[in-house]
Design a protein around this ligand. Structure first.
Ligand code: IPD
Ligand code: CA
Ligand code: CA
Length: 305
């Protein structure tokens, strides 16, 4: 199949990719020169780069799609009664950015708030995510998806991993920047670390989701995120063949305070661990290396390898 035939008929991705790349160029410049940090909360940082990127994205989106609404982390609230709404994180990974740690991105997710052609949904109702563009300016990686048209990384189809179980998985999480002492995630971090190949805490929720979509991570969870962190990444994971939900398996919602995403095969195991921990049950003892080796051999024998 030629490249041309393999390229889906994107409706929004080409224009939005150009906007994300332009904002990414500005972020690269700010990153090279260094920026001062301000505090929005306890450990919640913001910089001139966040604000400049959001202004640029807001202006470009309004010019490209004058009817669309925009909901941005740095305060943009425009045309929120519209059918389509962009969730904009102009710089996801601000703490990394401020410290010179090159792991951050721009995340743009589009929601259709009139998916069945009826009335526009009420403020508390979730629409359907229909497009995602997520750009990592340091690696020049552009992750994109549209509902029903698959997910791509720099134009090439991407797919979640096939890792069959948690003990062979690389997963990721993050920690909230507000009310950190009231959050239980450190306990989950410990358990998942001991039961997997490791848990990465790289500091950009949106990129974590993109990496699940790209098969670089097998799973990801986090508490207390906002729609601008998750809108694009959720669609990337789903279009790349993965699963998303809350911690009890309920459908993911943009306003839910919990997110679990995986390649699919390990989802039930992740949910089981959440269920047991929330119920305060004793967890299954960790496998010894010998038990683990025996299980691997057994599985290989069954699949005839
Ligand atoms: C943060 C990052 C981080 C996550 C935080 C988010 P920001 O977003 O995604 O990985 O753990 O909860 O707030 O503030 O850098 O856009
Ligand atoms: Ca964010
Ligand atoms: Ca941000």
């Amino acid at each position: 199949m030629s490249n041309l035939q393999a390229t889906p008929e994107w409706q929004w991705v080409p224009q939005v990719s150009a906007i994300a790349r332009e904002a990414g160029q500005r972020l690269r410049e700010f990153f090279a020169q260094g920026v001062e940090t301000e505090y929005k909360g306890e450990a919640d940082l913001v910089t001139v780069a966040d604000r400049t990127s959001e202004k640029l994205i807001r202006e470009r989106l309004a010019a490209a799609f004058p009817e669309h609404g925009i909901y941005g982390e740095e305060g943009t609230r425009e045309r929120l009664g519209s059918r389509f709404r962009w969730y904009v994180d102009p710089l996801d990974g601000t703490t990394n950015f401020a410290h010179g740690f090159p792991q951050f991105c721009i995340s743009l997710g589009l929601e259709d708030r009139q998916p069945r052609g009826e009335a526009v949904l009420g403020p508390d109702e979730d629409g359907t995510l229909v497009a995602a563009v997520l750009y990592d300016p340091m690696r020049d990686e552009l992750f994109a998806a549209e509902r029903g048209r698959g997910a791509r990384l720099n134009g090439k189809p991407m797919h979640v991993s096939h890792t069959p179980e948690l003990s062979e998985s690389l997963i990721a999480t993050g920690f909230p920047s507000r009310k950190r002492h009231q959050n239980p995630n450190i306990h989950f971090y410990q358990e998942f670390t001991l039961r997997s190949h490791g848990v990465r805490r790289a500091g950009s929720a949106a990129l974590d989701l993109a990496y699940v979509a790209a098969g670089r991570l097998d799973g990801y969870w986090e508490f207390n995120l906002n729609p601008w962190d998750t809108a694009a990444g959720i669609l990337l994971v789903e279009e790349a063949g993965g699963l998303t939900s809350g911690f009890s398996g309920q459908p993911f919602r943009l306003d839910s305070r919990e997110i679990l995403a995986s390649n699919g095969p390990i989802h039930a195991e992740l949910l089981g661990l959440f269920e047991n921990m929330f119920a305060g049950r004793d967890l299954a003892p960790l496998l010894t290396p010998q038990e683990y080796a025996a299980r691997r051999l057994e599985r290989a024998a069954k699949s005839g390898q």
